[in-house]
Design a protein around this ligand. Structure first.
Ligand code: HEC
Length: 384
């Protein structure tokens, strides 16, 4: 019977877990005093806490202890704290949640114990700070600067994300526009982006559907600082005329797009995101040149003392202006709310309503929604 296998694994796990608990306790007590994981009031610095409570599994060098860990079935998501690409994408609050409440709090393995009883909140902050020294390259933008995604304003942070976004006309001609957005980081500061829209429109009671004009582009972080809470990026891309112009799905013109994005996070978890750019068609007889300026202002509100589900109400102000004589500026306002869906917070969703504020003729009110998957942080079925 194969029943023996999980039993054996469980026994082995119990043995190692007990051994670790003992090790941890002995490390601290330096003898055979109390053989249990007790609180560590005498440990002040992150260094001391790490060496007392974490080194037995995570190793002196932060890569993981080969001997102990090989006794476990090492989870594929086991962290190597020297890998800046993995660690800088993680929030301090996410680390704090796992250390305080244990691996399962974010859908990780239960081998990662909960230290909420043994360490104070301040001690957990210290050890999280200590974990950060394992990544030696300070140029990786930190996850805190990856602000919630607004519907129109592009953020400055380079992401590994798939997003499905839809806008449904709530008033005006019936129609649905959806976008599939693929974003992928490369190197320390860069990200490629592919954005393919799909349009469905009711024209005199017949529905037409088709692909819109797709965007291909590259974004690069020019500077970022967790200390000041700021990040700035530049983007360059091409909008290809893949949409059917005669159905109104595309402009028919190859267009260069460029923008600068600047985001600011304040200590109060209030934030704003701004984006300023231009669309420059190769043939201006097909489509006019235009400028756009978008801003989102919002507030992060996290449950469970900042460790749990994240709610981010935002208001977005979106404007475009054609560079033609007598053209007016179109302004839209989009109140919206993003919320993290999975406990690991790598799957998020948002709802909003887009209200045209100026030149409202022919511009519908739209119900907007998206689902976002930060795939570096785990598969769709992971992290629950
Ligand atoms: C009994 C062994 C063990 C001990 C002791 C231990 N860890 Fe872990 N830890 C793990 C394992 C295993 C994982 C991986 C869980 C997974 O990926 O499913 C992990 C994951 C983590 C993560 C999550 C990384 C991520 O991907 O988000 C952090 C942070 C962490 N540990 C910090 C600590 C700190 C700090 C301490 C000491 C206070 C500590 N661990 C003590 C075994 C341990």
């Amino acid at each position: 019977m194969d029943m023996a296998r999980p039993l054996l694994r469980f026994a082995r796990w119990m043995a190692t877990a007990t051994a670790t608990a003992l090790l941890v306790a002995l490390n601290v007590n330096g003898g055979f005093g109390q053989a249990r994981v007790s609180s560590f009031p005498q440990l002040k610095t992150g260094d001391q806490i790490y060496h007392a409570a974490c080194v037995s599994c995570h190793g002196e060098d932060g890569r993981g202890m080969p001997t102990l860990i090989s006794a476990f079935r090492k989870p594929s998501s086991f962290p190597d704290f020297t890998r800046c690409d993995q660690t800088t994408a993680e929030l301090d609050s996410a680390y704090k949640g796992v250390i305080t409440h244990g691996g399962p709090y974010q859908g990780f393995s239960q081998i990662m114990p909960a230290f909420g009883e043994a360490l104070t909140s301040g001690q957990v902050d210290e050890v999280v700070h200590y974990l950060r020294h394992f990544c030696r390259n300070p140029h990786w933008p930190r996850a805190e600067l990856n602000l919630p995604l607004a519907f129109v304003t592009e953020k400055a942070y380079p992401e590994d994300e798939e997003v499905i976004m839809s806008a449904v006309n709530a008033r005006g001609t019936p129609g649905v526009t959806s976008q599939v957005i693929h974003e992928q980081r490369f190197g320390v500061k860069n990200q490629i982006e592919v954005d393919v829209p799909f349009d469905f429109q009711d024209e005199n009671h017949t529905w037409y559907g088709g692909v819109g004009d797709a965007t291909l582009g590259i974004k690069r972080v020019m500077f970022s600082s967790l200390h000041t809470g700021s990040i700035m990026s530049l983007f360059g891309g091409v909008i290809v005329p893949s949409g059917n112009k005669f159905r109104g799905f595309g402009s028919g013109a190859t267009t260069f797009e460029t923008f600068a994005a600047y985001d600011q996070l304040f200590k109060t978890q209030t934030f704003f995101e701004t984006q300023f750019g231009a669309d420059l068609p190769r043939h201006t007889n097909l489509a006019p040149q235009s400028l756009f300026f978008n801003t989102a202002i919002g507030q992060n509100i996290a449950a469970d003392h900042g460790l749990g589900r994240l709610w981010s109400p935002m208001v977005e102000f979106v404007s475009t202006r054609d560079l033609a004589n007598g053209a007016k500026m179109d302004w839209d306002v989009i109140p919206q709310m993003e919320v993290s869906i999975s406990p690991r917070q790598h799957i998020r969703g948002a709802l909003g309503v887009r209200f045209p504020a100026t030149n409202t003729v022919g511009r519908p009110v739209q119900l907007m929604m998206y689902l976002l998957w930060d795939w570096q942080d785990g598969g769709l079925t992971k992290g629950w």
